[in-house]
Write a protein that binds this ligand. Structure first.
Ligand SMILES: [Zn+2]
Length: 278
């Protein structure tokens, strides 16, 4: 189509932030500080390469995801431990906090709860910022590698995509069948993954993660959580995923009591009355 006469004018209109965050509830600084104090480890799980593992965190406890042996990205799912229908809402978290999350950002849950499930307490990769390609770390824009897209684009049957790893981990944690478990797997937080959208075509891209052993992402659990983390078959995602060709390493998840644990108050469900105008 030919451009209208005022095309340049229309393109020149400045954007408006969809969700100004001035009224978005943040974890108060005093609580965030106490959440970083008096850590006592109560559990840990090692996520093997190209596999997933589950873990439980009580509200008011913290959990840390660490790179251990080599650069590795992880795909994280979170559920309310007592109501699996309340789960991490990647899309709304993206709308509220942007394409990538870091210290102070919250992981929001699905409707109708729409409340913070966890808040990021520390991010050892926060120095990375946004690179010249528009890439950054810990995205909520990718969905998860999955065998359906792999089959669509390349054919074949690959069983260690994050989608399948998370499905098996949820089934093992809950006793659900694989068919049931698959419905609970949802869009992820891509821990340590470095991604963005190309500026010219808007395509989703990945590049070698800057993560190194010792890097970690720390969270405060705001409600009782079941988590599952997949050590993506893409390794550091420098080349490809959905295959066994990339170098892959384990990830470590540790759970800690904090100074905040004894008197933590779970955030309330969202205040909308759900009458939908009738
Ligand atoms: Zn993956």
């Amino acid at each position: 189509m030919s451009e209208p006469a005022d095309a340049a004018h229309r393109r020149a209109i400045a954007p408006v932030i969809c969700y100004p965050t001035e009224t978005l509830p943040r974890l108060p600084d005093a609580q965030a500080a106490r959440a970083r104090e008096a850590w006592q480890k109560v559990d840990e799980v090692v996520v093997p390469p190209r596999e997933a593992a589950s873990f439980k965190v009580q509200a008011g406890q913290a959990f840390r995801i660490s790179s251990v042996d080599g650069p590795q990205v992880g795909d994280l799912n979170l559920w309310n431990l007592t109501n699996f229908s309340e789960r991490f809402y990647s899309g709304k978290t993206r709308a509220l906090h942007g394409t990538h999350v870091t210290t102070g950002d919250r992981l929001w849950s699905s409707f109708p709860a729409l409340r913070p499930m966890a808040t990021i307490l520390a991010d050892s990769l926060d120095w990375y910022g946004m690179d010249g390609f528009g890439g950054s770390v810990h995205d909520v824009i990718g969905t998860r590698c999955d065998p359906y897209t792999h089959n669509l684009l390349a054919g074949g049957q690959y069983h260690h995509c994050c989608h399948s790893n998370l499905t098996r981990a949820f089934a093992d944690a809950t006793g659900a069948s694989l068919a049931e478990a698959e419905h609970h797997v949802h869009d992820v937080l891509n821990v340590f993954m470095c991604t963005g959208f190309t500026r010219d075509t808007g395509q989703y891209f990945m590049k070698a993660s800057p993560v190194r052993p010792g890097d970690h992402l720390d969270f405060l659990a705001e409600i009782d959580l079941l988590g599952a983390l997949s050590a993506c078959p893409g390794g550091d995602c420098s080349a490809e995923h959905s295959s066994d060709s990339a170098a892959c390493y384990p990830l470590l998840v540790e759970v800690f009591e904090t100074a905040l644990t004894p008197d933590w108050l779970t955030p309330p469900l969202n205040g909308y009355d759900r009458s939908h105008g009738r």
